[in-house]
Ligand binder design. Structure first.
Ligand SMILES: Cc1cc2nc3c(=O)[nH]c(=O)nc-3n(C[C@H](O)[C@H](O)[C@H](O)COP(=O)(O)OP(=O)(O)OC[C@H]3O[C@@H](n4cnc5c(N)ncnc54)[C@H](O)[C@@H]3O)c2cc1C
Length: 530
């Protein structure tokens, strides 16, 4: 199978070179020509993410060679993935310049029995977790946050969702005490990370467990300090790091990210919210939208256009730390003594409830000079991007956590629900579904662990987008299957799987919409380097 995965990679590389040849003018890629090849670029981005997931799984199997179940899981995943890649390449062979017979050799000789056998084992042995390569320390962290998710978050998650409540203070307080806001902040600033070594893996482990408890009421609490901390660590002055990072790490300050605007979401470089220089700072004027947790936060990380020349694009942007009081609920208004005003109104959503995502209106809102991250205007886009890589891998981990919760619920239900005289888990189709869920979750997890290592070594920006793409798409399918296994009960508001389903839907939209990541980050990078 390893050899077939390499063959799949070779074919994808051939296709990427083919696209490059058709989209280049001289030695540069032409954006308009690239746009004319969106469909195959998108498919190739997905293939590349699947191949990276398969690689991560094969490495996992090699390191856990004594574990029979893991070998079964990895084999089943690689077979499924090779079928999926071969199908995708076959469909687009002509447009990708590939030979159909060569693609045909990718199809594995194995049949569906691999999945059916795995499913039977999963049901019989009630497999919720596989063996792990995590260090003892990370396993301890996982156990701590798993307890927190089960005992503190899960009991209130459903009510928060159904009543669209604020995350209760006891969750925020306990999460802060456990250090969850400081997972990407070095110890010298009060965070959980060693000073001399980044530890994205620790952050992933914590995120997964919290998201298993609830995406909206726990797992996503980490995203904002994660993005803010990475931006501050990448671009902030020493003074700014000392001022903000300890407050973020301890949870004394809660933060929100305000990048998206009503007219500009995926196209971040074109945002228009104005930052106008004054004697001692800046005045913000304009709108932001979808700023999650902006009500409860006292720190907003705001991307603004500090140079009015729109033709400068991303070079005219600066990133600001904007202070405001914390407000509970769905609406707020704050007036500064200087006359500035900030108004926020939560957008009603189908899921992802608890933090609330706000429309924000800034009117002459004053921000002092010292709150310009990096103290140099025009650098905001780079600082934002530094934060985004962290946000993307963290979102992949959020997806894994939601999938794990959905899988556990489906497995338990399949074992006890009797239809036509037998537990539905005794039927082959249910067994195959559960096996597919398990292999997908394992792949998402192992893939995110692999990318965490890359990020910690200073690389992995494109791979963070790949794992986000892979895991978030997978979460939609896994939560759908969990709901399906529950039959009518799955559609009831009172069952947790209906919440997992609506929550999972947002994962492919935020932190880089699926298409934007596939086309503008992954495919572009792969085509450029083909
Ligand atoms: C619940 C929720 C919470 C959020 N939280 C935050 C937050 O805290 N802070 C924040 O700043 N933002 C936040 N967002 C905003 C989120 O990041 C944006 O919604 C996302 O970036 C997409 O932008 P958009 O909604 O403007 O979609 P658009 O940019 O309008 O895109 C619409 C669709 O077109 C596709 N598309 C875009 N460009 C292309 C192209 N060139 N070719 C083909 N297809 C394309 C997109 O992929 C998408 O499917 C949140 C969003 C949601 C739903």
């Amino acid at each position: 199978l390893k050899q077939q995965v390499v063959s799949a990679q070779n074919l994808v590389d051939d296709a990427l070179r083919y696209v490059k040849n058709h989209c280049s003018v001289g030695d540069r890629l032409d954006p308009e020509l690239l746009d004319q090849h969106q469909l195959i670029s998108y498919q190739l981005a997905i293939c590349s993410a699947e191949i990276s997931a398969a690689d991560a799984m094969l490495n996992f199997a090699a390191e856990m060679s004594g574990d029979e179940l893991i070998q079964q899981v990895v084999t089943a995943f690689c077979i499924e993935t090779l079928f999926a890649i071969a199908n995708r390449l076959q469909t687009h062979a002509v447009e990708m310049g590939l030979d159909r017979d060569t693609i045909g050799a990718l199809y594995p000789s194995h049949g569906i029995n691999v999945l059916a056998e795995l499913g039977e084992t999963v049901l019989t042995k009630d497999v919720t977790q596989l063996g792990t390569l995590l260090s003892e320390e990370n396993q301890l962290v996982r156990a701590t946050f798993a307890r927190f998710a089960d005992q503190v978050v899960k009991p209130v998650a459903e009510e928060i969702h159904r009543q669209n409540l604020d995350i209760p203070d006891h969750i925020l307080k306990s999460a802060a005490e456990l250090g969850c806001f400081g997972t990407s902040i070095p110890e010298r600033f009060g965070g959980l990370q060693a000073d001399d070594q980044a530890d994205s893996l620790g952050m992933i482990v914590v995120t997964e467990e919290l998201s298993r408890g609830s995406l909206g009421a726990a797992g996503s609490l980490i995203t904002r300090p994660e993005i803010a901390a990475r931006a501050l660590l990448a671009g902030g002055t020493e003074l700014q790091q000392q001022r903000w990072l300890p407050a973020l790490a301890s949870g004394a300050s809660l933060c929100a990210i305000a990048i998206t605007e009503p007219d500009y979401g995926s196209d971040v470089a074109s945002i228009v919210l104005k930052a106008t220089p004054t004697d001692s700072g800046w005045l913000l004027n304009g709108n932001k939208t979808w700023s999650t947790f902006a009500g409860k936060s006292d720190v907003l990380v705001v991307l603004a256009r500090s140079n009015p020349d729109q033709s400068l694009g991303y070079k005219g942007l600066s990133l600001f730390i904007v202070e405001k009081p914390q407000f509970p609920g769905h609406e707020f208004q704050h007036r500064q003594q200087s006359g500035g005003k900030l108004t926020g109104k939560a957008i009603a959503t189908i899921g992802y409830r608890g933090m609330h995502s706000f429309d924000l209106f800034f009117e002459d809102y004053f921000v002092p000079d010292e709150n310009l991250i990096g103290q140099e205007p025009g650098q905001g886009f780079y600082h934002t991007m530094a934060g985004f890589a962290g946000g993307r891998i963290q979102t992949a981990a959020r997806a894994t956590g939601v999938m794990q919760a959905a899988y556990e619920a489906a497995l338990a239900y399949a074992r006890q629900r009797v239809v036509f005289g037998k537990a539905i888990g005794d039927y082959q189709l249910t067994q195959v579904k559960l096996a597919r869920m398990l292999i997908t979750i394992t792949a998402a997890r192992q893939f995110s662990y692999a990318v965490a290592k890359l990020l910690d070594q200073g690389g992995g920006q494109m791979q963070a987008s790949q794992v986000k793409l892979f895991s978030c798409r997978a979460a939609e399918w896994v939560t759908r299957e969990a709901m399906q296994i529950h039959g009518g009960m799955g559609y009831a508001e009172e069952s947790s799987v209906s919440r997992y389903f609506v929550d999972a839907r947002v994962l492919s939209i935020f932190e880089g919409a699926e298409e934007t990541l596939a086309l503008k980050v992954i495919a572009r990078d792969l085509i450029k380097n083909a």
